[in-house]
Design a protein around this ligand. Structure first.
Ligand code: HEM
Length: 452
């Protein structure tokens, strides 16, 4: 390992700080913040540097040349999605980002509002009063249906083409429990899960190719994402269109499902916030939620933002300096793993009053002097999430559709987390459904100290 002057905890020979980090990565990073604006540790044989100053974070996210993505981390994703927006660099990334960006302008997102509401209403139609459901599971399926519909159009029969199963299989290597195998199994070892994911990737590529061919033969006027990519001024090779579609499938639904899952959980244990949200919905909606309602929402948006503050689905962002870089008095070496801990900044007392508390109203105060990069659930700079407006619109429409009719109750035992590629709940998130007006509520139990 490189000689460095950056402070950090002492580690064991060979293992470094792997054990402390693996036990609870979120708490480990929170403790590391005490070392100052940059702290160093070693885990899994990697030299890691953690930044906790919003200005340093802004610098890293803005300067994509000095701070490209961390190669070791992107490799894992590239195996699944090839070289789409999330994993490409340099000229390819720049060209692709320019070509795809218009598809995510608000004008286009508006057209997806109906799909978002329709698909959520179909999920809610299956609910019965008093039933207990795993909301994480329900929301993952619903957000996947929404995304597929927005990407390819409703006339593609996703079920028939086995797309739901394919996407799920593709994601299994990224599940928290499977991470050790995915990260450490040597290439020659025939791991069934990885083989299945590889097959699913092939199937998905074939399916997208097939849809692409059908699309070229038809001259119908379409508004789905795929048509927009095909119609963009930059001619995109089929292979590239496929990788971008795979990227959206991996990046574009599970993150939103997580944000929604944590929101329902937080509302279930914060009755005052829930009441205020219901009041805004009752006042704003005159029938099914619409995009105009989203523009009118204030508290609903604040609820989503506050939920992503406490439980950011992308809880850390990784970069790799292409040269030695100076942060204050300390130098971070080229090629190391630079961590931007979204989770830590979002709960930092320097920027948030009562950081552990769910207080959506803090977002209604326009005068906050908080630094921009104390809150960055969608990243920042040129590589900021391309789907952020899509996700914010979707989250509010899904919430409005569900909560105008239903309440979600949870026998609260705290939220046990499993941080892997994204921040997942470690267990099912079971909640009991109550049709509004018919609900009987139990007082929420206090949380256990080892849970968050
Ligand atoms: C709540 C939901 C979401 C969260 C929290 C989220 C978070 C993020 C973050 C933090 C990044 C930056 C990663 C980095 O800089 O290393 C990112 C990038 C990206 N996201 Fe999202 N995302 C969400 C929803 C979506 C949706 C709905 C889509 C597409 C439909 C999407 C597509 C992408 C893509 C393609 C990138 C790569 C952009 C680039 O590098 O140019 N995301 N997302």
């Amino acid at each position: 390992m490189t000689e460095t002057d950056v402070p950090g905890p002492t580690g064991l020979p060979l293992l470094g700080n792997t054990l402390g980090w693996a036990r609870d990565p979120l708490a480990f990073h929170e403790q590391l913040a005490d070392y100052g604006r940059v702290a160093r540790y070693e885990a899994l044989g990697q030299e890691r540097y953690l930044l906790t100053d919003p200005e340093d974070i802004e610098r890293v996210l803005t300067d994509t040349e000095t701070f490209p993505k961390h190669e070791g981390s992107t490799d894992q994703l590239s195996e699944i999605v090839g070289s789409g927006l999330l994993t490409s660099e340099g000229e390819l990334w720049e060209r692709q980002r320019g070509a795809i960006q218009p598809a995510f302008y608000m004008d286009h997102i508006k057209r997806y509002a109906d799909v978002m509401v329709d698909r959520t209403a179909a999920t809610a139609d299956r609910f019965t009063h008093g039933e207990t459901v795993d909301v994480h599971e329900e929301l993952t399926q619903t957000t996947l249906e929404i995304l597929l519909d927005c990407m390819f159009g409703a006339d593609v029969d996703f079920e028939d083409r086995g797309l739901y199963d394919i996407v799920r299989t593709l994601q299994t290597p990224l599940e928290p429990d499977n991470q050790p195998i995915t990260l450490f199994a040597p290439d020659w070892l025939p791991v069934p899960m990885l083989r299945r994911a590889e097959r699913a990737r092939g199937e998905l590529r074939e399916t997208v190719t097939d849809i692409l061919e059908q699309r070229r033969e038809s001259d119908a006027d379409r508004t789905d994402l795929l048509s927009m990519l095909l119609g963009s001024d930059t001619a995109m090779a089929d292979e590239q269109v496929r990788d971008e579609m795979l990227t959206f499938l991996i990046a574009g639904h599970e993150t939103t499902a997580l944000a929604l899952t944590y929101t329902l959980d937080l509302l279930s244990r914060n009755p005052e916030a829930e009441r205020r949200l219901h009041a805004e919905l009752d006042e704003t909606l005159s029938g099914r939620p619409t995009i105009e309602d989203v523009f009118a929402f204030e508290y609903t948006e604040a609820v989503v933002k506050e939920s992503m503050r406490l439980y950011p689905p992308a809880y850390e962002i990784r970069r790799e300096p292409s040269e030695p870089v100076q942060f204050g008095d300390h130098t971070v070496p080229e090629g190391s793993l630079l961590l931007l801990p979204v989770w830590v900044l979002h709960r930092d007392e320097r920027f948030w009053d009562a950081p552990e508390q769910f207080r959506p109203a803090r977002w209604l105060d326009a005068d906050s002097d908080r630094p921009e990069f104390a809150y960055f659930p969608f990243g920042g700079g040129p590589r900021r999430c391309i789907g952020r407006q899509f996700a914010m619109t979707e989250a509010q429409l899904v919430l409005a559709t569900l909560l105008s009719e239903w309440r979600f109750e949870r026998e609260y035992e705290g939220m046990e987390l499993a941080p892997a590629v994204t921040l997942k709940p470690a267990t099912d998130v079971e909640m009991t459904l109550r049709r509004r007006g018919e609900a009987s509520r139990q007082a929420p139990a206090t949380s256990r100290s080892n849970r968050r």
